[in-house]
Structures are given as structure tokens and as C-alpha cells.
Design a protein around this ligand. Sequence first.
Ligand code: HGY
Ligand code: MN
Ligand code: MN
Length: 410
Amino acid sequence: MADLRINGARLWESLMTLARIGETPRGGVCRVALSDVDREGRDLFVRWAHEAGCTVEVDQMGNIFVRRAGSDPTLAPVMTGSHLDTQPTGGKFDGAYGVLAGLEVIRTLNDANHTTRRPVEVVAWTNEEGCRFAPAMLASGVFGGEFSLEYGLTRADHDGVTVAQELDRIGYAGTRPCGGQPVHTFFEAHIEQGPLLEANECIIGVVQGLQGQRWFDCTIEGMESHAGTTPMPRRRDALCGAAQIVTAVQQAALAQAPHGVGTVGDLRVHPNSRNVIPGRVNFTVDLRHPDDAALAAMANALREAVAEVETAMGLTAALDEIWYAPPTPFDAGSVAAVRRAAQNLDLTHMDVISGAGHDAKYVANVCPAAMIFIPCKDGISHNEIEDATPEHTAAGCDVLLHAILEADGA
Ligand code: HGY
Ligand code: MN
Ligand code: MN
């Protein structure tokens, strides 16, 4: 089996076919979680799974489990997978690569007529991105026991529509319990979404773990009034207050250079009229750092900035920390299996820490887990121009294949 290789052309073709579902005019993909387009992508994956002779189960959070039987059904499966949902201006590879690389491993094992001892499962996790329903990695989080099922199902989007309602609507409200099943090992293949592999001319990232992140929702209340008649000293301008906090987020991250990052990605102004002083602003804050203490310092700096704006500008602020995900190291044995596979395949590789969150983070709560990164062009992701190469997608999938085969033999 050491000489077994996946079919890179078939994998690339599958990636390009899936990318047509939700494709955007700029060549990206918009398959926001539990939308009709997400359902179309799910349906395609399920069809391909059946064509590959697999069984398919859907759990209570809509996670899709594709299983290829092994010789001993009593053994816990070796699992892989990622997510099919994307950002609104997402790319062809974020998430989709890990799901279709898993499917390609199954197709390759079928071609080789190889029966593994353990079942091999490929999972498409619901709502990894967290852009429609916060927090991110919601459904893998329920599977990994980080969040309750009730919490997961009741997360609502900006229109108040819940995960449960959307799972029902698109026909993916499964009956399989979410979590509680044994998993031997979980491997996730993903584009790096950053610049390190390209900068170091490496094809494979051996992911040591994920950095920590804290998400906040912030509401600033001021006073709507006339843009023309209200003198500046009498204003309580919620957007001016929010603007100071946005700058404070940037300063908090820069103060923890080079690894600290801080982002305000979603900001809504009320009433959003050009000649009304904004009375309310709602926005999100995403803070991340590989070191927990530095991350806590960034969060404290944010809280201080919010308090200052309240006092100085006569505004009312509510800062709600909705999610804390500490830095997570992966299982050393599984990380070593990824490294061995890259070495045996003679692929350039380097150790990396993931700047992005991934489903492997929460699956690691219940079993040994590790990740395989491949480069993406200029390190760009969460952007419609996200790009990768057929060579790299194939190489990462070969590493996934051999890491799975090693785990199967373990
Ligand atoms: O935000 C992230 O890191 C991931 O894309 N959910
Ligand atoms: Mn992703
Ligand atoms: Mn993403």
C-alpha cells in the first residue's frame, strides 16, 4: 500500500464541480450554512458517497457521516472530513477540500480493492464558518461535547431564524445522536489560509494545533437626531463610539505583535440613514492569539476601550463575550503520523500552528486529531480569489490517505 496514490485529476474535477454550486461572478463560492445552496452542495456530496458504495447518516445537527465499511465493524472508525459551508465571499477550497479529499481517499481505496480493518468515515460538519450562526465550528462543537445540542439547535441568524428551523427546511435534521460515538482518530485536510507554506516553499503543513480565539458581540447605544441641526457637543453618536472601539481592536492586536490579530467584520448601523446621527451600532469582534495570556490581555484592552468610550462620549455599551476557544494542541501521535506520511511521500513539509479555527479543534475533544495543510495562493482565503493547485491538492490528499492507512493499522 505504500505506493498507493490518489487520483489527483478526479479530486480536482470534484472540487471544480462542487465549486459551481454557489459560484459567484468573481469566481468564488457562496454556500452560507443551511441555505438552499448549502443543501445543493450537501446533496451532491451524498450522491457521490452513495456512488462510492458508502452508507450515509445525518445527525441531529445536520452533520453528514459517510462510512466505508471495514473488515471489522466493531472497531471505531478512522475519521476525516471538514465543512461544505462557506463565507458569503468564500473560495473553492476552504472546507470543500477536506471533505472531497476524504471522498477521494474512499474512491482510491475502492479502486485498489483494499479493505481496511476499521471503517473509514468522511464527515461534512454543519456551520463551521460561524458567519450565519455564531459561533464557528458549531456542529463539530456539539459532536465534541463543547456545546449542548439545545444550544446548537437554537443558534439564530440576524433574522432570528434558528439552526433547527433551517435543518428542517433543507431536509437535514437527522436522527442520529450528535456525538457519543467512538472515533479512533480524526484527520482534517485544509488549505493553510495563510502565507507560511508558500513563503517557506513547503507543500505540507504539519499542524501542531490551533491558536486561541475570543468572539464578542458589542452594542453601542447613543441618540438618533438630526444631522443638520444637532451641534457637535450635543451629539451622542453611536458610530463615532464604535469607530473608536474598532481602532482599539486594531491597537490591542498590534500590542501583541507579531501573532495577535483582531477583526471587526460585521457592523450594522441603525437607522443607517445618511442624515440621521446613528443611535445604535451592533458589531462583532474576533480576537486571536496562539498564547492564552496574550489573548486575555487583548480582551482586557477591548473591555477598557469600551468603558472609556461610554464615559467619554456619554454612550451606553454592551460587550458580550459569546465564544472562547483556548489554544488547542493536537495529539502528538497523530501529528507524527502526518509528518511520517509527508516524509514517506518525499513532500516538503513544516510544522505550523493554525491561525484559523477548524472542526478538528472540537473533534479533538473526543479522539486524537491532527490536520494536514496545503498552500493556497498568496495565503489568501475568505476571499473569492482563493486558489490552490492540482499538484498541492493531490499531495495533501496522498498524505491524508497514508495517515489514515497508518491509523487503520494501529
Ligand atoms: O474563522 C475561522 O477561523 C474559520 O474560518 N471558521
Ligand atoms: Mn475552513
Ligand atoms: Mn473558513
